[in-house]
Design a protein. Structure first.
Length: 226
């Protein structure tokens, strides 16, 4: 596995969440310095919840450049896991394939409730596991069906993910001393989960309000661990 060292600037960003456009921020980071990517990007479905909240960058502009940067930043033989909007899988798949990733796993997260309904009732979330290079197969792989638990009520973010859903992914695919990157940090759930498991992390969030929320959550998590 490549063991590129972080630049002074990258090292200063460890265990923080940065505010800005993730593509621009990632362009300033050194190649092959991240051990694992776990992220929940916009699903590109013009989301608007019952309170009128929307998600910034809920468009196709970022998809290809973001995956290209994620591939560049990941160390060789490492993983990227991302939640996605199934109705636009062709666009996500084109982007991660052109970047150099290959799919090696797919997760389904069944819910005890429905999050919406049209032609069918929507009662699950899904995520892809992508590989850069040839990561070693784990001796005890985790299941690709993980029950959705720890309902958040989306209080802090329109698509807030519960920690119990994120923890097994980080534990399985981020090395104990590794650095995790979440370029769509939102309210910081992935970063809080990484902190709970003792992983280093770098978060990026474009929205100022969500950036403040994520920063506050990380400060609170740090205080609890002290």
């Amino acid at each position: 596995m490549t063991t590129s060292t972080l630049t002074a600037t990258d090292a200063a960003n460890i265990n923080t969440v940065l505010q800005g456009d993730c593509v621009e921020v990632m362009r300033g980071m050194k190649s092959e310095t991240v051990d694992f990517v776990l992220t929940d990007p916009p699903y590109i479905n013009r989301y608007c919840d019952r309170h009128g909240r929307v998600i910034r960058s809920d468009n196709f502009v970022w998809v290809k450049p973001a995956f290209a940067q994620l591939y560049r930043l990941l160390k060789r033989n490492s993983f990227c896991a991302f939640f996605y909007g199934w109705s636009h899988i062709h666009k996500f798949a084109t982007a991660f394939t052109e970047a150099g990733f290959r799919p090696v796993g797919h997760f389904t997260f069944p819910k005890a409730y429905r999050s919406g309904a049209r032609f069918v009732r929507y009662r699950h979330e899904c995520a892809y596991l992508l590989a850069k290079g040839e990561p070693q197969e784990p001796p005890h792989p985790i299941d690709d069906v993980i029950q959705w638990s720890g309902y958040t009520g989306n209080k802090l973010h329109p698509s807030q993910k519960p920690l119990p859903v994120l923890l097994p992914l980080i534990k399985a695919f981020c090395p104990p001393n590794g650095t995790l990157l979440d370029p769509f940090a939102g309210s910081g759930s992935v970063l809080v989960a990484a902190r709970q498991l003792g992983r280093q992390f770098i978060g990026i969030e474009i929205d100022a309000e969500h950036h403040r929320t994520a920063t506050t959550r990380l400060q609170e998590a740090k205080a609890l661990a002290a």
